[in-house]
Ligand binder design. Sequence first.
Ligand code: NDP
Length: 331
Amino acid sequence: MAETFRALVVDKPEGTETQTVAFREVDEDFLMDGDVDIEVIRSTVNYKDGLAITGKAPIIRRYPLIPGIDFAGRVIASRSEEFRPGDDVILTGWGVGEKHHGGYAERARVSSGWLVPMPEGLDYDLAMAIGTAGLTAMLCVLALEEQGVTPDAGEVLVTGATGGVGSVAVALLAHRGFHVVAVTGKTQEEAYLKRLGAADVIGREAFSGKVRPLASGRWAAAVDVVGSTTLAHVLSQMKYGGVVAACGLAQGMDLPTTVAPFILRGVRLIGVESVFTPKEKRIAAWRRLASDLDRALLEEMSTHISLDDVPEAAARIVAGKVKGRLVVDVA
Ligand code: NDP
């Protein structure tokens, strides 16, 4: 009889519109195509996983599906020249946890082209304390750097600062010497944000209400994970020539702005996308993450949960109640 393993499976039985979420024992035949088999050791809960499991947004595009958009683990079988049994690998993106089985199971089978070798200096725990959220934060910082933003340009804003992307962005920017101003709805977490490296912490009320086309310009750069009205306020508060890296929609997908920040202040709005980032750029970003992030801070940012806790954590992250990163101990 084929060996079985435990998996969280989201399904939508025929003729129904509601998703079911349940733990199941499945075997190898359940896995999808791929040239590398992996023992999943750690996964995480990202905002997108929350949307997928709660069904709050149409993230899952085939049923039944094992969700989990990222994982770290050990190769157990490989039909690719690139990886051998025993190699430690990281997976983020490429539609895993959306249309290909993801990280909330003890086994995964994926394409070798999607995998990144574990960078020197990271282990399963640290890699998943970073995860998709941390990689995205790094891509935002790289986007600002590519636009020529340097610490002497002025203050840099990070919205949704206590969340996964926000926490890592604060730490990365502070490490590079930026004066980081963290925006949060959880002002009681000021001490946490300052330990990560924020110089100042401000409440999110300053980014709510009616948006003026231009407000007084304060920020040289920003990393925005929130979108919607918040991003519109950020744009109107940018200094001349300011750069905003936008990667998220925790508040909403809309953007009630005007062209004023762009045509009157030369503000640049740069979109950041992590799912289909080419492999070379990913590897470079992971190397930077391994070298720039303080291990103690990564541990401080992360809370470990078990696979059993994932459905409940999914609801919490969508409600904006999670601080830092949730690491799932799969093995
Ligand atoms: P988290 O839930 O960990 O962080 C989001 C944070 O945003 C919350 O902690 C909260 O921070 C703030 N927030 C939540 N709801 C609201 C609201 N209604 N209004 C204002 N602020 C709010 O999520 P992640 O860090 O995992 O992801 C953040 C965003 O980035 C998500 O939208 C996600 O989809 C997106 N993302 C995009 C990627 C890409 O490739 N483009 C990859 C990864 C993530 P606080 O309480 O501190 O204000």
